[in-house]
Write a protein that binds this ligand. Structure first.
Ligand code: NAP
Length: 248
């Protein structure tokens, strides 16, 4: 088995995923970034250098996920780390969210995470890899944020799945953890906050550190959870939020 670790970071072409990929590469981990936008991924891969590999893939395409994972295994022999970072948000009043809206958020943010994790875990079991999976939830799973009903349902599901998987897979030596980012400066949060100064003021007002986080703050936490330094840590949800979750 190769010594070099192999990681998949979904949504690794932008924002938090890009910062996680950057940090992994600095730690000499071969990092495969997955997203739908080939241009964005290509630019990220160019920036990140030879240890980065970009795969254009829409994670809503569940039927093709087993083939995606097989392709990676054929090429690299194993997968050590999976970061389920890809996600979409939708801000809409509760009564205006259609069945289709709700399903589409759940599809990307929950079902795709399940399908990809299942396939990656199968590969870890087959190859005897004591792997690490990191899910990305949100403050939306910790307290009630208005106008993000589907996103909140999805991110709450991610935290429950983290605990269920951690218990079931611990005997196999596979660790599952979750990071709950607070308000981090990315395109996604800019869309949600810049158009809504009241929400931005509220988010910052209850963040004791008084500022948005940087994507690299999540990258550092992910690198820790993926590393042997966290070898006795599984099933946790780690807020990386400048104290947002406990702010008064
Ligand atoms: P972002 O820049 O919009 O990143 C989301 C990524 O997901 C994009 O790179 C996107 O790539 C990818 N993606 C979305 N749908 C996909 C699909 N169907 N298939 C493959 N890739 C897909 O936003 P971000 O802020 O970095 O968010 C990253 C994660 O952190 C998300 O799970 C988000 O919910 C979570 N989060 C963010 C914050 C924050 O304050 N920013 C707070 C809490 C949680 P393509 O467009 O190329 O598909």
């Amino acid at each position: 088995m190769h010594k070099q670790k192999i990681a998949i970071v979904t949504g690794g072409g932008s924002g938090i995923g890009l910062a996680i990929a950057e940090k992994f590469i600095r730690e000499d981990i071969h990092t495969i970034i997955v997203g739908r936008d080939a241009g964005k991924l290509g630019a990220a891969a160019e920036k990140l250098g030879a240890l980065c590999q970009a795969i254009t893939f829409d994670l809503n395409n569940f039927a093709e996920i087993p083939a995606l994972v097989s392709r990676i295994i054929d090429q690299h022999g194993k997968i050590d780390i999976l970061v389920n970072n890809a996600g979409i948000n939708m801000k809409k009043a509760f009564t205006e969210v259609t069945d289709g809206d709700f399903q589409s958020i759940l599809q990307t943010n929950v079902t795709a995470v399940f399908v990809l994790s299942r396939e990656v875990v199968k590969s870890m079991l087959q190859n005897g890899v004591k792997g690490s999976i990191i899910n990305i939830s949100s403050m939306a799973s910790r307290y009630g944020i208005p106008k993000v009903i589907a996103y909140t349902a999805a991110k709450s599901a991610i935290e429950g799945m983290t605990r269920a998987m951690a218990t079931e897979l611990s005997p196999e030596g596979i660790r599952i953890n979750c990071i709950a980012p607070g308000f981090i400066a990315t395109d996604m949060s800019a869309k949600a906050l810049d158009s809504d100064p009241e929400r931005k003021a509220k988010a910052l007002g209850r963040t004791p550190m008084g500022a948005l986080g940087q994507p690299s703050d999540i990258g550092d936490a992910a690198a820790f959870l993926a590393s042997d330094a966290a070898k006795y840590i599984t099933g946790v949800v780690l807020p990386v939020d400048g104290g947002n979750a406990i702010g008064f």
